[in-house]
Ligand binder design. Structure first.
Ligand SMILES: [Zn+2]
Length: 242
């Protein structure tokens, strides 16, 4: 029998200016994309047959952005660990941290009590689910109130407001055609002025689907300090991990 030809490993590496990138090739990809992960890992997603020279050119072009991202992530410190739901653990809500306490006879399963997040001790293993429900309810209340307050200022009203889990990368999204604005429930962990910025941003997309000049002009009309708010929002990337 002849030798069995093994498929070549589809991951290799590329080093540019001292930075090492994993290269992941795929036959379905047509463009070269670069990802900087939270832990500092660098990944180049490439079409199956793209030459090393082409990859290197794209990476070189993007190096300032890559270095900026790495610096941003470094400034954030180590990525947050999933919460363990133990007494004293801090839970962010509207920009403040509340230590978890277990309550033996609470009026509600989860509530803010005297500067703490009080959770019914008898919930035991289902404390996590109860706290998530609590956050989601607070998020819905807060965001719906913000939308009602900000619609007249932005001058555009959505047909539908959705509050749900939008994954790890987005705080909000606007579907221009159905006039639906959706918000991540994790928003309620952030300070109110940042939530307000995200609401104004998505409502403004009802006027302008893209981030063109006219879009930012409208946002700035409502929130003159929107540049600072954007920067602070970027810096508070992952307030909550469950
Ligand atoms: Zn946008």
């Amino acid at each position: 029998m002849g030798p069995v030809s093994l498929r070549r490993d589809q991951t290799d590496h590329l080093t540019v200016d001292g930075l090492r990138f994993s290269v992941r090739r795929s036959t379905r990809r047509r463009t070269v994309g670069i990802t900087v992960k939270r832990d500092g890992e660098l990944v180049v997603a490439a079409p199956a047959r793209a030459s090393t020279r082409r990859l290197e050119a794209v990476v070189r072009d993007k190096l300032p952005w890559v270095r900026r991202k790495l610096a941003e992530f470094e400034a954030l410190g180590p990525p947050p660990q999933p919460r363990r739901f133990v007494a004293g653990e801090l839970f962010p809500y509207l920009g403040r941290d509340y230590p978890l306490v277990f309550d033996d006879r609470p009026a509600q399963p989860v509530a803010l009590v005297a500067g703490t997040l009080a959770v019914d001790r008898s919930l035991d293993g289902s404390a996590r689910a109860a706290v998530v429900v609590w956050y989601q309810e607070r998020a819905r209340e807060h965001i719906e109130r913000d939308v009602a307050r900000l619609v007249p200022l932005v001058g555009a009203a959505p047909a539908t407001v959705v509050v749900r889990d939008l994954g790890k990368r987005r705080w909000g999204v606007c579907d221009h055609r159905s006039r639906t604005v959706s918000f991540h429930w994790h928003l309620v962990t952030l300070p109110p002025d940042l939530i307000e910025y995200v609401v104004v941003h998505e409502l403004t997309h009802l006027h302008e689907p893209n981030h063109a000049k006219g879009f930012w002009r409208r946002v700035e009309d409502v929130l003159p300090e929107c540049r600072q708010l954007r920067r602070r929002l970027r810096e508070s990337g992952d307030a909550l991990v469950f």
